[in-house]
Design a protein around this ligand. Structure first.
Ligand code: F6P
Length: 361
């Protein structure tokens, strides 16, 4: 008999996480009368002594939590639990400590909310610790394989679309070319969807090559027809024309994606004489208030995940497919990503609207 379950959020945060924690808590309490524990900061809460966990009750969600971005449990996209750490002078694999934490908590099953990378780590750790596991996909990048919609993606697209809505009037006022750099890691889903929804003239995604010359020609064409401004959306992982990714080295030594917007701004300015300005949207795509769609998917995923545990269906991951929730083997999904395919119908839509989307032929 399942009596006690735990939930954690892992990897980069996004909108909708609080809504899924709520759904899990409500379903587990109302239908099954189980105890639910929220583990703080991904698996890091399990390394603490005493364990950093909170008992979750339906009353926790009577306020505004479900409407808020981020995750009130905290998350972590750095602490790979398989890395070695020093404890009491000894070098140990921290995954053993995480597993020890799970055992101390005495749970019957764990629900882990993560992207492709976090789900892979959680798969390994729960396998090693023999812990019953169900995964829920979240990521603004929407790049989890076999899953049409991840929690957080819809909100991120909405934020990027709003940004284009706000850039257009100022672009028109100053006759400028406005470039919006969006997140998405190696997938162009956010750029493609927001670009179409936000009336972009050029959409650049990592999956399709482009040429600066073609962008310049496209802008000239727009101007020759009488429009004085243009909007460009570029995904952060789009490479420079020389095939190198634009990155920034931070003071902590980490190299992260960033800078493709500024690169394009300079190159376009050089050959078109158009004044360019660049907006890097960044983490506002993650922290915004969740859209109704993200709250719906979060709620549907949470309820379904709890029901999977009740049926003792473990090592599964819930996915959104054909307007509903399904479940797949974790091994089919964890660690595999999904980029924009060449035959994505939205590429045809973009082309149909006269948007330059790269060298598609
Ligand atoms: O994977 C989600 C994501 O927001 C990516 O789109 C982005 O490249 C990355 O995380 C940013 O990570 P961080 O929060 O470490 O800056």
């Amino acid at each position: 008999m399942v009596k006690k379950i735990a939930i954690l959020t892992s990897g980069g945060d996004c909108a909708g996480l609080n809504a899924v924690i709520r759904a899990v808590t409500l379903r587990a309490h109302n239908k099954y009368n189980w105890e639910v524990y929220g583990i703080k900061d991904g698996t890091l809460g399990l390394l603490k002594d005493p364990l950093d966990v909170i008992k979750l009750k339906p009353q926790n969600f009577e306020g505004s939590l479900m409407r808020m971005g981020g995750t009130f449990l905290g998350s972590n996209n750095k602490g790979n639990p398989f890395k070695k750490i020093i404890r009491n002078g000894k070098r140990i694999d921290s995954s053993d400590l995480v597993i020890e934490g799970f055992k101390k908590l005495g749970i019957d099953a764990l629900i882990g909310i993560g992207g492709d990378g976090s789900l892979k780590i959680l798969q390994s750790i729960t396998k090693k610790g023999n812990i019953n596991f169900v995964g829920i996909p979240k990521t603004i990048d929407n790049d989890v394989k076999h899953n049409e919609l991840s929690i957080g993606y819809d909100t991120a697209v909405d934020v990027a679309t709003n940004a284009l809505d706000m850039l257009q009037p100022t672009a028109a006022s100053h006759r400028r070319v406005m470039i919006l750099e969006v997140m998405g890691r190696d997938a162009g889903h956010i750029a493609l969807n927001a670009g179409i929804a936000g009336g972009a003239d050029v959409i650049l995604i990592p999956e399709i090559q482009y040429s600066i010359k073609s962008i310049a020609d496209h802008i000239e064409k727009i101007r020759s027809k009488g429009r004085n401004h243009a909007l460009i959306v570029v995904a952060e992982a789009v490479k420079k024309e020389n095939g190198i990714k634009a990155t920034v080295k931070y003071v902590d030594g980490e190299v992260r994606l960033g800078g493709i917007g500024n690169y394009l701004g300079d190159e376009i300015y050089k050959i078109t004489d158009s004044e360019t300005r660049v907006t890097v949207l960044g983490h506002v795509q993650r922290g915004a208030q969740p859209t109704h769609r993200d709250r719906l998917i979060a709620s549907a995923f949470g309820v379904y995940a709890v029901d999977l545990i009740a049926k003792k269906k473990f090592n599964r991951v819930v996915v959104w497919k054909d307007r509903g929730v399904k479940d797949l083997m974790l091994s089919q999904v964890a660690g595999y990503s999904k980029t924009v395919q060449k035959n994505d119908p939205l590429i045809k839509v973009a082309e149909g609207l006269g948007i330059y989307i790269g060298e598609t032929n």
